[in-house]
Design a protein around this ligand. Structure first.
Ligand SMILES: [Zn+2]
Ligand SMILES: [Zn+2]
Length: 203
């Protein structure tokens, strides 16, 4: 942290001028957190779709797993985008609480450029925390314009202040977060991946 230039082989990374601060992820809630002694039962019952609010310029309601950039793999496990590792369901909570993951949460903050879309970056891939999906840089503009993403953004903006207050009273946490600059990898080539958008079953 604090360095503005990182050299990775030939690829120069520009972090801009803004200093990266280590003060995000502060949980703000008027409600006291109930501490339970039954650690085991809590871990077993971690609700991966539990919601929370993120505050940037505006408020965004997303899931706990999405906030932690843990995208579904389709097999029940999650791919943690910021740690670049696969996480099994029985250790979701341990993973979220692990200091390596917490460090990565500081390292991969939402990008200032896309701050109203909750986008994190890891080299040439990006994670959208609104949708909890991972996309390549070249696909990011299309993703931000796609209907599922826009629908979720619309639903978010439809939440009234009163509704949000009530939901926070009912236990939803509010995470005040900071942003960081996008890193431009000038010399790195993106892999060409062909996405099949529709299954072909007639052949
Ligand atoms: Zn992680
Ligand atoms: Zn999205």
């Amino acid at each position: 942290m604090g360095e503005n230039k990182i050299i990775l082989g030939d690829n120069e990374i520009k972090l801009g001028e803004s200093e990266i601060k280590l003060v995000s992820n502060e949980i703000v809630s008027d409600d006291e957190i109930n501490v339970t002694n039954s650690e085991d039962s809590f871990e077993a019952s971690l609700d991966t779709e539990a919601k929370l609010f993120v505050l940037l310029d505006s408020y965004y309601k997303i899931t706990l797993t999405s906030y932690n950039s843990m995208a579904a793999t389709g097999s029940g496990s999650r791919h943690c985008f910021i740690c670049n590792t696969e996480v099994e369901p029985d250790v979701f909570k341990q993973h979220i609480d692990h200091h390596d993951h917490k460090n990565n949460m500081q390292k991969y903050k939402f990008l200032d450029k896309y701050k109203n879309n909750l986008i994190r970056q890891s080299r040439l891939t990006y994670h959208c925390a609104i949708c909890n999906v991972i996309v390549y840089r070249s696909d990011l503009p299309a993703h931000l314009e796609c209907n599922p993403h826009k629908q979720l953004m619309k639903q978010n903006s439809a939440i009234t202040k009163k509704q949000r207050k009530n939901q926070m009273k009912a236990g939803l946490a509010l995470y005040k977060v900071e942003t960081q600059n996008e890193v431009i990898y000038k010399k790195m080539k993106e892999k060409q991946i062909i996405f099949h958008l529709r299954a072909i079953i007639t052949d």
